[in-house]
Design a protein around this ligand. Structure first.
Ligand code: NAD
Ligand code: SER
Length: 317
């Protein structure tokens, strides 16, 4: 039977790109994109799009039944910085959305669920370099706490109810197609926009703040690769570490300066610095590599060149 896929949170940074990839893979009419707001024209015009508030469990169940949905990608969430500003909504949205989707698979016709976790599941007591898959996890942000709780629920639903749920702990994601949604790593996207528009950027993270990052095409590849893997290769049902590359603001600043001569980088750390300081600098993703063949393609230089080229073209249009 042809899979019918529901993407929740399709207007966001990841959804904008993931929907297009899934439509290429499964056929446009088989990927129903949803969000509480309009998505990019590309997403809304290339296949079915509906407004859906994932807090409304009945609306989700109705849509799943009406469209005969067999797979759900849940991308709706408040990210780290936004959640820290509104902890009730951060916790409420991040947890209830997941429980509604897991129950759609436990009690309904949904066969497979994708839900992203984050490097935010780690905390200040976690080993910072080459952070292992299994280690101390004491996150101190509402976002990190919600992601860690979510991981435990995913594993529980898999083990107790047989739900085929799959997850990746994304690092900070960098892409040019959609704006980032309020994370601590967003500076690494803003820097390109401001370099092209103004020739300078003031980073809200300080010099020396080295974090794990990934270019969006790699993140989309990892996501579909994990979802396509045979179930017996998916040995971790909480969430997989995946890594691309790590850098600090001055490292990406140097790459940007190669592309925009004279580019000026300044630092004005704000409340997001404390969040970044609680996260790892680099990630050990050997389980993802050995279990389902994960391999990243882009390094810092490749990513910077590709970002710059695409954004420059976008701004010239
Ligand atoms: P985003 O903020 O760009 O997009 C989230 C989308 O969810 C938005 O379009 C928003 O309108 C929608 N949404 C919010 N409330 C909703 C509701 N009640 N019902 C339906 N939709 C709602 O986020 P993103 O960067 O695309 O992230 C997607 C997922 O990936 C999240 O779970 C996030 O935690 C995770 N993640 C992202 C990154 C990253 O760097 N982007 C890193 C780690 C994990
Ligand atoms: N990029 C995300 C954030 O900063 C990590 O989960 O919130």
């Amino acid at each position: 039977m042809q899979d019918k896929i529901l993407v929740i949170g399709s207007a966001g940074q990841i959804g904008t790109e993931l929907v297009m990839r899934l439509r290429d893979m499964y056929g446009a009419s088989n990927v129903v994109a949803t969000d509480i707001r309009d998505a990019a024209p590309e997403v809304m015009e290339s296949g079915p799009f509906e407004l859906l508030d994932i807090m409304n469990q009945e609306a989700l169940n109705d849509l799943v039944a009406r469209e005969k949905i067999t797979q759900i990608y849940l991308l709706a969430a408040l990210l780290s910085a936004t959640a820290e500003k509104n902890i009730e909504l951060g916790w409420g949205l991040n947890m209830r959305s997941l429980s509604h989707v897991l129950d759609a698979a436990r009690f309904g016709p949904v066969k497979k669920v994708y839900w992203p976790s984050s490097i935010a599941v780690f905390g200040p007591t976690t080993p910072r370099e080459n952070t292992p898959q299994r280690t101390i996890m004491e996150p101190n942000t509402v976002y990190g706490i919600s992601k860690l709780a979510g991981e435990r629920w995913c594993e529980y639903y898999h083990d107790k109810f047989g739900v085929d749920v799959r997850s990746i702990r994304y690092p900070g994601l960098i892409g040019w197609k959609a704006a980032p949604g309020g994370g601590t790593t967003d500076y690494a996207v803003h820097i390109f926009h401001e370099a092209i528009k103004e020739g300078k950027y003031t980073s809200f993270l300080d010099e020396g703040t080295r974090l794990p990052m990934m270019y969006m095409p790699d993140a989309i590849d990892a996501t579909v690769q994990l979802m396509e893997a045979p179930a017996d290769q998916v040995k971790i049902r909480s969430s997989y570490n995946v890594a691309g590359f790590s850098f600090a603001p001055e490292d990406i600043g140097a790459e940007v300066r190669n592309l925009v001569p004279g580019f000026e980088l300044n630092y004005e750390p704000d409340y997001r610095q404390a969040i970044a300081d609680s996260w790892p600098s680099s990630i050990d993703d050997s389980d993802a590599r050995s279990d389902w063949g994960w391999n990243h393609k882009f390094d810092l230089k490749d990513m910077s060149q590709d970002m710059f080229k695409n954004l420059k073209t976008k701004y010239q249009k």
